[in-house]
Each structure stands twice: as structure tokens, then as C-alpha cells.
Design a protein around this ligand. Structure first.
Ligand code: HEC
Length: 181
């Protein structure tokens, strides 16, 4: 009798502790899944986006002259695409005019393109393999910053197929082996 009561109390304690423990672990799992996706903390999404497009290297490719001018390009000339092509095994690609894209397409489209490497069609050297790993908040912040710059029509040359050299200026990204004849 006494033993069975003790056993019941012990079971009750254990069950109660288990419920409490599992509630705590659900809460901490929720907190963890939020914490584990880092994002930039700034005064606004636009400010976060501006910061990200600089430190994540987007401007290096998508802003004409950014590298040559060491980043001294005013906001009105940023992210409007780069007419210097990237020539490699994929043919020639151009870092697109992100302002026209942000003006034409919505935020969901932007997130989708970045997450899926443009549905699998995205060409190099756009770092799709890294871009797909941004947190949602950071991806949206970059969209909002780009959109805040407003549209800036600037036409880029057409890309070329593999093996076809472009006609304008381009950077050669073909791998060369100095030891082979
Ligand atoms: C090394 C150069 C390079 C860097 C760095 C780079 N891009 Fe790109 N990006 C490109 C090229 C080239 C393309 C065109 C790819 C193609 O034609 O498929 C492109 C395409 C895109 C597109 C697709 C536009 C569309 O709808 O077709 C988006 C969006 C984009 N880049 C955003 C970014 C953002 C945001 C960053 C920074 C996190 C970034 N890029 C960094 C070169 C670059």
C-alpha cells in the first residue's frame, strides 16, 4: 500500500518533470531555430540592405566601377548592372541591373531567385552557392535597399553561349594551366 502510493508519487513527479522538461526543450528549440539564422541588425531594413550589399560583395560586381574606385560610387550609380562581362566556361554573363529587377519584380520573386539560383539557370560568377544561404531577413533587406534606390535604366550587352567570346569589354575567368603546352 505504502509502496504503491510512493510509486504513484514518484511516477507523478517524473511525469510532471517530463512535461516541464519537454515544454522547456520545445521553447528552447524554437529560440534556437530563430537564433541559428543570423541576420544583420540595423536601424531599418534599408540600412541593413545597404550594409549587406557592400560587405557581401554585391556592389563589386553589380555596380560599374565599384572595384576600380574602391567603393567611391554615389548611391545613384549603385547596383545598376555592369557592362563588363564575365567570360568563362559558361560563356559570357553580365552582373544584372538589380535596380530594374527590384522595380519590376516583387520581394518574393527576389527571394525565390536568390534561393534557387534563378530556378537552376543562374550563371557564374554570381555566387549562387553562398547567396542561397542568406537568412530571409537579410535577403529581404537587400531587396528593400535596392528598391529604395529607384529604377535606373541601363542596358547591358547580351550574354554569349559557351565558347563564344563577347564583343565589348570582359574579364576572362577561364581556368588556364601554365604547365600545359
Ligand atoms: C562575382 C560577381 C557577382 C557578385 C559578387 C554578385 N553577383 Fe549577382 N549576379 C552576377 C552575375 C554575372 C549575374 C547574372 C547571372 C546570369 O546571367 O544567370 C548575377 C545575377 C544576380 C541576380 C539575378 C537577377 C535576375 O532576376 O535574373 C540577383 C538578384 C543578384 N545577382 C543579386 C546579387 C546580390 C544581392 C549579391 C550580393 C549578395 C550579388 N548578386 C553578388 C554577378 C555577381
Amino acid at each position: 500500500m505504502l509502496w504503491s502510493r510512493l510509486l504513484l508519487i514518484a511516477c507523478g513527479v517524473t511525469a510532471g518533470a517530463l512535461v516541464a522538461a519537454s515544454a522547456a526543450s520545445t521553447a528552447s528549440a524554437r529560440a534556437r531555430s530563430q537564433d541559428e539564422t543570423p541576420f544583420v541588425n540595423a536601424s531599418s531594413p534599408v540600412a541593413a540592405g545597404e550594409y549587406l550589399t557592400v560587405v557581401a560583395g554585391c556592389q563589386d560586381c553589380h555596380t560599374a566601377g565599384w572595384v576600380e574606385k574602391k567603393g567611391n560610387v554615389p548611391p545613384e550609380d549603385r547596383l545598376a548592372g555592369n557592362p563588363v562581362g564575365f567570360y568563362g566556361s559558361w560563356g559570357t554573363s553580365y552582373a544584372k541591373n538589380l535596380r530594374q529587377i527590384a522595380d519590376r519584380e516583387g520581394e518574393e520573386h527576389w527571394v525565390q531567385v536568390m534561393r534557387t539560383a534563378d530556378g537552376g539557370d543562374g550563371k557564374l560568377p554570381m555566387p549562387w552557392h553562398n547567396a542561397s544561404k542568406f537568412s530571409d531577413r537579410d535577403l529581404r533587406a537587400m531587396y528593400q535597399y535596392t528598391k529604395s534606390l529607384g529604377p535606373k535604366p541601363l542596358r547591358l550587352p547580351r550574354g554569349t553561349q559557351p565558347g563564344v567570346k563577347p564583343t565589348g569589354s570582359y574579364i576572362d575567368l577561364m581556368v588556364k594551366d601554365s604547365t600545359s603546352k
